[in-house]
Design a protein around this ligand. Sequence first.
Ligand SMILES: NC(=O)c1ccc[n+]([C@@H]2O[C@H](COP(=O)([O-])OP(=O)(O)OC[C@H]3O[C@@H](n4cnc5c(N)ncnc54)[C@H](O)[C@@H]3O)[C@@H](O)[C@H]2O)c1
Length: 342
Amino acid sequence: MKNIIVTGGAGFIGSNFVHYVVNNHPEVHVTVLDKLTYAGNRENLAGLPADRVELVVGDICDAPLVDSLVQKADAVVHYAAESHNDNSLKDPSPFIQTNIIGSYTLIEACRKYNVRYHHVSTDEVYGDLPLREDLPGHGEGVGEKFTPETRYNPSSPYSSSKASSDLLVRAWVRSFGLQATISNCSNNYGPYQHIEKFIPRQITNILSGIRPKLYGSGQNVRDWIHTNDHSSAVWAILTKGKIGETYLIGADGEQDNKAVLELMLELMGQPQDAYDQVKDRPGHDLRYAIDSTKLREELGWQPEFTDFKSGLQHTIDWYRKHEDWWQAEKAAVEANYAKSGQ
Ligand SMILES: NC(=O)c1ccc[n+]([C@@H]2O[C@H](COP(=O)([O-])OP(=O)(O)OC[C@H]3O[C@@H](n4cnc5c(N)ncnc54)[C@H](O)[C@@H]3O)[C@@H](O)[C@H]2O)c1
């Protein structure tokens, strides 16, 4: 695998994957295909060697462009997406366009040229789980975590558009022999995440002297994984995964939002109650939790960043050191949230 296309490689997780490939696989050349929407930033690729990484600014829905790039590639790793649930509730249309039509455009090109395709998706396609305290025996046993067999049951326009594209990939494998794998990962944290998202929004609120915000009571549980562990898992699936299979990626990082915010405040030297509770997201999923046994046992993958506290501290340090990366957008992001009382 010498030439890979990484769609959405100027966004949060995609750019971390590009850094991972450049640092760990010197034989690989990466072509990033990214539209540079509000969530994409060429600065996320700054400092990477020009002979190893090329940025093509373009849309994954642009079939002639996609065709011309895919025919020269050995593999496509597809990260590009509209990715923010709150935005999808305000206007679903770009989610339908990019997440469904864009994915369709890519798999058609990969089918035509028999190019290896890896589809990056989310655990949100499975809907949510009950909180542990609401489960019989407090969450020991059946239904405790998502597995590759869990029924799809997405809640939001975002997660349903991702679910739709996952199903297209499964059908293209079966009907056309597409050389594809799928991964569904839990919530990522780490550097380069857009400040509209929960963790960087609250870090940059605290750094800007704004009181952090917690949706509702903050009981909602997310299964946090450091983005570097997501990258190593995607690489393992791309190079060793079985065609047609789905792998769930998670690092046993369950935390409720209130605990994450309180830890963030503690690490940043603030009182633990120095935040405001705001209106909850409509349809807010209660709990996500991943069973990644298949990935660990079949492909030998292990997460490295299993200490959430130190991972969060590194992430806080990154935002502290990179104020120039986020400062210009902060006021507009907060003004947008203020419109919906959040
Ligand atoms: N953020 C998470 O916690 C998480 C968890 C699991 C899976 N995922 C999945 O990982 C992928 C990346 O998520 P992220 O958080 O890095 O998203 P992001 O919003 O930070 O980045 C998305 C990137 O895609 C680009 N893009 C958007 N529309 C495009 C189009 N039509 N053509 C080309 N490029 C386009 C944007 O410019 C941006 O660079 C998504 O597919 C998402 O569903 C995310």
